[in-house]
Design a protein around this ligand. Sequence first.
Ligand SMILES: Cc1ncc(COP(=O)(O)O)c(C=O)c1O
Length: 406
Amino acid sequence: MTTTGDNRTEHIARLGDRSLFPALDARAYLNHAAVSPPSLAVREAVRGWLDDYGRCGVDAFLAWNDRRLALRQTLAGLIGAQASDLALIASATTGVIDIALCLPWQRGDRIIGFRGEFPANVTPWQRAAELYQLDMTLLSLDPFMRSHAEGLAVLDGELGRGARLVAVSAVQFQTGLRMPLADMAALCHRHGAELFVDAIQACGAVPIDVVAEGIDYLTCGGHKWLMGVEGTGFLYIAPHRINALTPHLAGWLSHEDAVAFLGEGPGHLHYDRPLKRDSTRFEIGSFNGAGFAALHAAVDLIASIGVPAIYRHVNAYLDPLETALNERGFRSLRASDPAARSAQLGVLPPPEFDVLDIHRALTRRKISCAIPDGVLRFAPHWPNHADEVDVIVAALDEALAELRHC
Ligand SMILES: Cc1ncc(COP(=O)(O)O)c(C=O)c1O
């Protein structure tokens, strides 16, 4: 931590150093795939936002509004996009809904999704299917679990039967399977379909490049691997896709020069201003300033380390943890192919144990992990230090011994 000339504290993030999280109770916090705890930088950013609004009221708006562009730029840098192709939105789900309701659907169009996805990337497509009379198919993720090549072959066959859109998570929330997005996008495009990606389990810890990978739409929430707070997110739309979208979800800020009538005197209140021609059209109304101040601080720290370095760091952490779990009879769901690995490790307990019991026993020992859909999930990020692995394994051994005697 250093102090800048204007007395703002400049926080420095280092791999394996959790000193920016002094209040964190857990001995090992492995729940970044659920909710990240706010770092000191994040907490100060929110306080700074509140202090500015507390002092200046509406006069704080313009200064913070200008920071939107800087935040969009930082987020765009994380995924290889241009800032103008991003909209700041309220959650990953909001981005799914935006595209699900604005694609120019034709009755009978088919959406391909996957069984096992987090519901955020299913429900809005189901609603669109009902509203626009579309077909929706949910494919099994099992072929992708066996190998990317096998999954892609199945997807190729399905796309051959016709589809308008494939909706997938960059990383599956329970198994941690990283999907082959570039190959999926190439297949989609070959068959005249588009690829929608929910990247909330990837962005911030798993490299993504929307342009190189050919992703058409990508949504992300701010409170997991981006390490911001809930109620924030962003939507990327490939620039050549935006004009085709029907603006069903426009709001007062979706227009060009939307705020002119508030500061430029009489005669500027028009309802026929054109809608913005880039993704920021999806920034439809007043905006979660405190939340985005938090997200900005969090993402600046991630950008200062770099996502590829974070990805290597967490995988080096997970390697010995996976080995120790395998030795104790757990079944790892982590892919053997490094290209299919993410930043999380999901395991199934030995048959004689109940996953809920193990989770409770670990929680009592201040090991914070999760059990989505019955999978024991460990999700470390840049502050986790490799030394924690011994602490987790010792806690696990105690927990298993305790449960064996119950
Ligand atoms: C893959 C996935 N998508 C979406 C969500 C929900 O995101 P949000 O609450 O930002 O809509 C989650 C987890 O909460 C998730 O794991």
